[in-house]
Design a binder for this molecule. Structure first.
Ligand SMILES: *[C@@H]1O[C@H](CO)[C@@H](O)[C@H](O)[C@H]1NC(C)=O
Ligand SMILES: *[C@@H]1O[C@H](CO)[C@@H](O)[C@H](O)[C@H]1NC(C)=O
Ligand SMILES: *[C@@H]1O[C@H](CO)[C@@H](O)[C@H](O)[C@H]1NC(C)=O
Length: 343
């Protein structure tokens, strides 16, 4: 397979807030509880913990760009709703006056394009995100009590791997060889979040990256088995590492099987929807060099948006649409229930 243009670079050029058809708009955090609803009775009553979020575009709600990667709600928004709170304020927007009140929901440090290694599609690694969190604690934005009544959400969908493969001329063997280092660092990071006082930490496994339109030649008919195997390998190393943590930490970590949830949601989408093909993104560049939202030098739009975004599975080359995210979220609810055992 020929390598394609850089994965998340598209976002840097993605200057529009509204795509032609009007589907993508900025979602206010204060509206997410209503806009990203969870099934009745799935959510706890009368308990409002804070949520701290670390990782990549699967959970970034606006640190890299003003809107969310799904074109609508992302997992962070649904998980916040599940905890009975609005989506936490984005780290980059924490000082905006209108956001001060939102500090009560925690803070989102996640940054689209990041991984756990020093450099991925950007230099906002999870370690740096955790340093930003420490700084907030130092500045007493969050107290010990806040931390004791909080949960964290951590995502590593695969930027360290795709950066190595697509930007650094790595082979799929190199990707395989990197997994040990990535998982070691990821586990170090989640342990550190726990040591800072956060009670419960939900850790998303890698999704089946072989189904990403980004890693599939057009027309997309099947998921790439090799890339899916690499996702499963990462998840296997991660779950083993989480089993081997000290007894006192075991209950703190909740593994969210994003691979299984996305795989299942993709199958259901195939069976139940009249959407043309769940493996084709709704919003896509006119050719492989272009991403959803990109324009050429003359300002002409170099992407198209599908007619039925609400039933598409993928929003763009890497991210599920709101519809896809919602289906994934529903499958994760039983695991998320373990997060509710906070304090
Ligand atoms: C990250 O930082 C290094 C060193 O400062 C720099 O060479 C590199 O271009 C940066 N990478 C990105 C994606 O910004
Ligand atoms: C990817 O690699 C190219 C060089 O091949 C470099 O110019 C570009 O800045 C890199 N992109 C990112 C996001 O690091
Ligand atoms: C799947 O991806 C691997 C690694 O990029 C590639 O070598 C292989 O040809 C791909 N398989 C298919 C069927 O496209």
């Amino acid at each position: 397979m020929e390598k394609r243009g850089s994965l998340f670079l598209g976002f840097l050029f993605f200057s529009l807030v509204t795509i032609s058809t009007g589907q993508v708009k900025e979602i206010k955090n204060s509206e997410t509880l209503a806009m990203c609803p969870v099934p009745e009775n799935s959510s706890p009553k009368g308990h409002s913990p804070k949520l701290f979020v670390f990782g990549d575009s699967y959970v970034d709600t606006g640190n890299l760009q003003p809107f969310r990667s799904s074109g609508g709600c992302v997992l962070t928004d649904y998980i916040a709703s599940f905890l009975g709170i609005n989506s936490p304020v984005q780290y980059e927007k924490r000082n905006l006056a209108e956001n001060k009140a939102e500090l009560k929901n925690g803070m989102n440090f996640a940054y689209g394009g990041s991984g756990v290694l020093k450099e991925a599609w950007n230099n906002h690694s999870m370690t740096i995100q955790i340093n930003n969190f420490k700084q907030q604690i130092k500045e007493k934005v969050f107290t010990k009590y806040d931390l004791e009544n909080s949960a964290a959400l951590v995502s590593h969908a695969g930027n360290d791997y795709t950066y190595l493969y697509l930007n650094q001329s790595g082979t799929i063997k190199d990707v395989h060889a990197l997994a040990g280092r990535v998982v070691d660092q990821l586990v170090k990071n989640v342990k550190e979040i726990h040591e800072l006082g956060v009670k419960k930490i939900a850790i998303l496994g890698s999704p089946p990256r072989g189904c990403w339109p980004q890693l599939n030649p057009r027309p997309r008919t099947n998921c790439n088995a090799t890339w899916n195997e690499e996702s499963r390998f990462h998840n296997q190393l991660l779950t083993e590492a989480l089993k081997n943590v000290e007894e006192s930490e075991k209950n703190a970590f909740v593994f969210l099987d994003l691979y299984k949830a996305m795989d299942l949601a993709l199958q259901k989408n195939k069976e139940n929807s009249d959407y043309e093909n769940p493996l084709e993104p709704c919003c896509d560049g006119v050719s492989d060099e272009y991403w959803c939202g990109m324009k050429d030098q003359k300002g002409a739009e170099m992407f198209t948006v599908c007619r039925q975004p609400e039933s598409s599975f993928f929003w763009d080359k890497v991210h599920p649409s709101q519809n896809g995210v919602h289906a994934i979220f529903l499958d994760l609810i039983p695991s998320l229930e373990r997060l509710l055992l906070i304090c």
